[in-house]
Design a binder for this molecule. Structure first.
Ligand code: IMP
Length: 202
């Protein structure tokens, strides 16, 4: 524990997504980490993998903030659609949305899908950009269910759950097996072991 009552290196979470921010806050608080959330817009490059997108975003955010910074890029990969929308999930959500995804899967029996979360962290003291990945396997429901969470939560049923969608779960329940909880825990374990750093990073 540091003299200021927290563990590890202080950092900034950059996201404009309140749902994500709440999920991160719950997990990182359990580890006693020291962080703040910055709802800053970062350019999201169109790339075919989450890592490249997260890397570009974290380096952009660092250039602006000049503090240890983390960003997360996530996506929903649907087997029957060859992994679509994947890295294009944000665009797919804004355009065709949940209804559009369900339409694409009309009459499709194989509903398997996974959420993937990639956290990218950058600080010049821990070069290069570090990545932490989390995944959760599941199924796309026939109908949207639940109004909790965000994005595609109402149509994603985690395989390890009890048949409810993420949209029907509280944050604590979703955090028991979500992709974001898994990447976050790996990141939290790592950053909580970093030594206190001298100014201007402390
Ligand atoms: P982003 O680019 O990381 O913000 O995420 C891309 C899109 O994937 C978001 O707009 C959401 O629609 C979707 N998404 C990512 N993570 C989740 C999640 O935990 N639940 C539901 N949808 C998610």
């Amino acid at each position: 524990m540091s003299r200021r009552g927290g563990r590890g290196l202080r950092f900034v979470i950059v996201t404009r997504n309140r749902g994500k921010a709440e999920e991160f806050k719950k997990i990182f608080s359990e580890y006693g980490l020291r962080f703040r959330v910055e709802p800053m817009e970062t350019p999201e490059i169109q790339a075919s993998d989450l890592r490249s997108i997260a890397k570009e975003s974290v380096l952009y955010a660092y250039d602006v903030l000049r503090e240890p910074v983390m960003v997360e890029d996530a996506g929903l990969f649907i087997d029957a659609l060859n992994g679509f929308p994947g890295p294009f999930s944000s665009y797919a959500y804004k355009t065709i949305g949940i209804r559009g995804i369900l339409k694409l899967l009309e009459g499709v029996e194989d509903r398997r899908a996974r959420f993937v979360s990639v956290i990218a962290f950058y600080s010049p003291l821990t070069e290069p950009v570090r990545f932490f990945v989390g995944e959760v396997e599941g199924y796309i429901s026939d109908e949207p269910r639940g109004s909790k969470g965000f994005g595609f939560d109402p149509i994603f049923i985690p395989a390890e759950g009890d048949g409810r969608t993420f949209g029907e779960m509280d944050i604590e329940e979703k955090n028991r097996f979500s992709h974001r909880a898994r990447s976050s825990k790996k990141f939290a374990e790592w950053i909580s072991r970093l030594e206190e750093l001298p100014p201007p990073y402390e």
